[in-house]
Design a protein around this ligand. Structure first.
Ligand code: NAD
Ligand code: MLT
Length: 527
């Protein structure tokens, strides 16, 4: 496996990856987009910070790429749709630079309120301007935090230590979580109205782009100070410059910009009220070591063992949960694959129904395994755990996940119902004993089949001699039968049988099986 590290980062990443058997690493930074596009096809892993832009065009050219690792938090420099569609896992290192970035935001707030950078520049010009640099205290002032995730909550705790009154807007956290941090949740308009300082800690998304714009500045308290150590583009730079000129905003501290580095004519560079750092939020020795170690270990684990941690486009399963969920994930994939190999006609809807103990888990990874198993056998497209939901959606296949309270004969069971234009196919599975997977139902037939290896699924009229005829035919063609599982609805009605065989069955042999008396259908399945 070849890994490309395309942005500068702590050497710890190289050391960890180089020490992993089977992995080689190249560090090539400052690549132009066309250079990266030409090189990327040789690599299985790409490690970036924020300088490399993993665009759709680059991802398209990445023939062998399995994982993109972001040594940091924000993943807005990776085209997530393109990566997901191609089955590439995108992972980041949340938490690794949280404290460092929060400290930077607090440092920016203090420097802004006491005009430290402006005073430093003045002194270096040989001046001594005490009056000009009179500042404001932060004690007793209101800090409004937009986004109280990892970084926002550390900023809140530090600000509370500075005796500030902290309010926040974050529609995705609960009042209990805010109470725990010791802050009050308010609406965004209230935050704009009440805050003396506003610090931004939301990710850059379609919803947050230009969130703080001319309209927002109009709602703010006169003299407010704005700190942005999250992402350029969340605050409109043009509108901010106007709000400063209109004396609505008395100062701003920016670490991140719409374009990095900003163009020389960027209005923020011209205003004395604005203090700036060149995207230094995460730049401490400690944070850089944390994120480099974390991303290298995550990538090495994924490429060598398949363990996914901190992925942003596929559910990550903590190791302790994997112990309980692993067998269900494998069962789900087998059931899906079984369905995929017997299906006739286009799929319209897939329902995955869970019953019994399994409902107490977050079943999303099992559902993905079912879809992956199913679509992988039906489509030409390469389907894996990352792109399975995307591929289903792209093809207009509705996926429904149901946790049922329906009583079942098993401790837990998973049922996949696939609706096509003309029919509904049902396959149910369960775990027996020490988590041994079994198929326990195929449509209306109940049975107990081991979903493993080469299987021959037969449907026939329940008449004497059918099983004997099939056995004789297989034996005559030198096919050894490992196991046979039978199921029927009623005596003399229809019956199914699942034959586990040691070798694949040829098309010619299946045709012969189909010609045997009382045979209705025959499918060959490989699991
Ligand atoms: P996080 O995911 O833990 O927190 C983000 C918070 O924003 C979440 O609580 C989320 O609910 C909230 N949020 C999302 N959309 C929102 C909206 N529309 N309105 C209000 N709240 C919203 O992320 P984090 O680790 O705290 O990092 C936040 C951002 O900081 C990152 O996305 C990254 O862009 C940036 N960052 C910058 C630097 C730097 O060097 N300057 C370093 C690290 C992170
Ligand atoms: C991040 O999102 O982690 C930051 O932008 C830090 C970095 O510069 O990588």
């Amino acid at each position: 496996m070849k890994i490309l590290i395309s942005d500068s980062m702590s050497n710890k990443a190289v050391e960890i990856l180089k020490a992993t058997p089977g992995i080689t690493v190249d560090v090539i930074t400052n690549l132009k987009p066309e250079e990266l596009k030409a090189k990327i096809k040789d690599y299985h892993g790409l490690v970036v910070r924020s300088a490399t832009k993993a665009t759709a065009e680059i991802i398209e050219a990445a023939e062998n790429l399995k994982v993109i690792g972001r040594a940091g938090t924000g993943v807005d420099n990776v085209d997530m749709n393109a990566a997901t569609k191609k089955g590439i896992v995108v992972m980041n290192t949340p938490g690794g630079n949280t404290v460092t970035t929060a400290e930077h935001a607090v440092a920016m707030m203090m420097a802004l309120s006491r005009k430290i950078p402006q005073a430093t520049a003045s002194m270096k010009r040989g001046e001594w301007e005490k009056k000009k640099f009179e500042g404001t205290e932060v004690t007793g002032k209101t800090l409004g935090i937009l986004g109280v995730g990892n970084i926002g909550s550390v900023v809140a705790s530090r600000a509370l230590g500075l005796r500030m009154n902290v309010i926040a807007y974050d529609p995705f956290i609960s009042t209990e979580a805010a109470d725990k941090i010791g802050i009050s949740l308010v609406t965004m308009d209230e935050l704009f109205k009440k805050s003396d300082f506003i610090s931004i800690h939301v990710p850059l998304t379609n919803e947050t782009k230009n969130l703080v714009n001319a309209e927002a500045f109009q709602k703010m308290k006169k003299g407010v100070k704005i700190i942005n150590c999250a992402r350029g583009g969340i605050v409109s730079e043009k509108d901010l410059a106007e709000a400063i000129k209109a004396k609505i905003v008395s100062g701003a501290a920016f670490d991140v910009f719409e374009k990095e580095p900003p163009a020389a004519d960027n209005p923020l560079l011209q205003l004395d009220e604005v203090i700036l750092t060149p995207h230094l939020g995460a730049s401490t020795f400690e944070a850089q070591e944390n994120v480099a170690i974390a991303i290298a270990e995550q990538i090495a684990d994924y490429l060598t063992t398949g363990t996914i941690r901190n992925a942003v486009n596929v559910p990550s399963i903590p190791a302790e949960l994997l112990v309980s969920l692993g067998a269900y994930i494998s069962l789900g994939e087998k059931l899906g694959s079984f369905q995929g190999q017997i299906l006739q006609g286009g799929i319209e809807e897939i329902t995955v129904e869970y019953s019994g103990e399994v409902v107490s888990y977050d079943v999303a990874p099992i559902t993905i395994a079912c879809i992956k198993g199913l679509l992988d056998k039906v489509l030409d497209t390469y389907v894996n755990f990352v792109n399975a939901p995307f591929v289903a959606k792209e093809r207009g296949i509705k996926v429904v996940e149901v946790k049922s309270s329906r009583p079942t004969d098993f401790a837990s069971s998973i049922t996949i119902k696939v609706r096509t234009k003309d029919a509904e196919n049902i396959v149910e599975g369960a775990l027996f004993g020490k988590k041994e997977p079994r198929i326990v139902r195929i449509d209306k037939f109940f049975l107990d089949a081991v979903p493993e290896g080469y299987l021959l699924l037969l449907q026939n009229e329940d008449k004497p001699g059918v099983i004997g005829n099939v056995g004789t035919l297989l034996a005559a063609n030198n096919v050894n039968i490992a196991r046979l599982h039978l199921g029927r609805q009623s005596t003399g009605g229809e019956a199914v049988s699942v034959w586990s065989v040691d070798t694949p069955l040829s098309k010619g042999l299946i045709e012969k099986v189909l010609k045997l008396p009382h045979m209705i259908s025959a499918h060959v399945i490989e699991l």
